[in-house]
Write a protein that binds this ligand. Structure first.
Ligand code: ADP
Ligand code: MG
Length: 345
């Protein structure tokens, strides 16, 4: 039997880098946090520019509130936020952010620069950060109202992660998914995604519709088959709105775009239930396109179960899944029978 190890406190920098690695697992996670910050700042137009799948360069420009000049010194420290002050507030939180960890995390594993201007400021201010702290002075400069955040050399000091994420094109496809999903869900906000010095891949107008944005992002083969789903259940404090493809559409790779209280999340139970309904209609091994937005009483949702916030826990899961299943089933059934009647007449 060996000697027991000696317990020591980790250096703060090590702690922060470990925590950052949990929140930002790949460029798309960082981008999701940054998009959510822009939406929290009530932006109506968000422009994203990417180099090498976001591993070299990831920039997001918004036209939101901007960040106050006198907050720029602490904005990238861990647990600094303008959104939450009491733990109880988390029950009714209406912003995406609440824990002040995103910018801090990114600054621990990348080079982060903020250029921001509020409507009250005469000029914009630019600041660079490293390990949560300002790196050099805050400089006045020219700029539009809103915030531009530039993330360079992500994971430069997390070599194992950098090695694991070798394919910029795969990282870019995750970025497309995140931007496409938020653009569809926030059809009032314009989203642009482009590769640095190349063509634009996604561009949705500022005041668009869900169907129009699905057409822009996924093409007409999906957009023309969309059926609207609407469901309200006061006892479960549930309301569902979304679009699903009719049985005329099937694809080898399906899409399930799910938002719960406006957060992009994955719910294996909802995914499975939806697939199960479609299985009776679609050719074997093909899937549908489904976009669902669930609104639940915030008191019934725990958003703090996963560092990337990619999963949430909610009460009455079984009943809610059943309701959704029934709604989709009856929608497909009614549309399918009308189609049959149409072809017979
Ligand atoms: P959180 O979103 O949980 O508060 P973040 O680290 O993501 O934490 O952001 C810290 C703070 O920086 C936010 O609370 C907000 O005040 C400010 N901020 C970040 N991004 C933006 C932005 N794009 N526009 C305006 N303010 C921002
Ligand atoms: Mg945030």
């Amino acid at each position: 039997m060996g000697e027991p190890g000696i317990i020591k406190k980790l250096d703060e920098e090590v702690v922060n880098r470990i925590a950052a690695g949990e929140i930002v697992q790949r460029p798309a996670n960082a981008l999701k946090e940054l998009i959510e910050n822009s939406l929290d700042a009530r932006s109506t137009n968000i422009i994203i520019t990417v180099k090498a799948g976001g591993l070299k360069y990831l920039q997001i420009q918004d036209n939101g509130t901007g960040i106050r000049h006198d907050n720029l010194d602490i904005v990238c420290e861990r647990f600094t936020t303008s959104k939450l002050s009491h733990y109880e507030d988390l029950q009714a939180i209406s912003t995406y952010g609440f824990r002040g960890e995103a910018l801090a995390s990114i600054s621990h594993i990348a080079h982060l620069t903020i250029l921001t201007k509020t409507a009250h400021d005469k000029c914009a201010y630019k600041a660079s950060y490293e390990n949560g702290k300002l790196k050099g002075p805050i400089k006045p400069c020219a700029g539009n109202n809103g915030t531009q955040i530039t993330v360079e050399d992500l994971f430069y000091n997390v070599l194992a992660r950098k090695r694991a994420l070798r394919s910029p094109s795969e990282e870019y496809s995750h970025i497309m998914e995140v931007v496409g999903g938020y653009a569809i869900h926030n059809s009032g906000v314009g989203f642009t995604l482009k590769k640095f010095a190349e063509n634009t891949d996604i561009k949705t107008p500022i005041k668009s519709t869900v169907i129009e944005n699905v057409r822009i992002i996924h093409g007409n083969s999906i957009a023309r088959e969309l059926l609207e789903i609407e469901l309200k259940d006061p006892t479960l404090k549930l309301s569902v709105h979304g679009y699903i493809t009719s049985v005329n559409y099937s694809h080898r790779k399906g899409t399930m775009l799910l938002f719960i209280n406006h957060r992009l999340v994955d719910s294996p139970s909802i995914r499975k239930a939806v697939d199960c309904v479609y299985a009776t209609y679609l050719p074997k091994n093909t899937h549908s396109y489904v976009y669902l937005s669930l609104e639940l009483d915030p008191k019934n949702v725990d958003v703090n179960v996963h560092p990337t916030k990619h999963e949430v826990q909610f009460l009455y899961e079984e009943q809610i899944v059943e309701k959704i299943k029934t709604a989709i089933e009856s929608k497909l059934l009614s549309c399918n029978s009308s189609r049959v009647m149409y072809t017979q007449s």
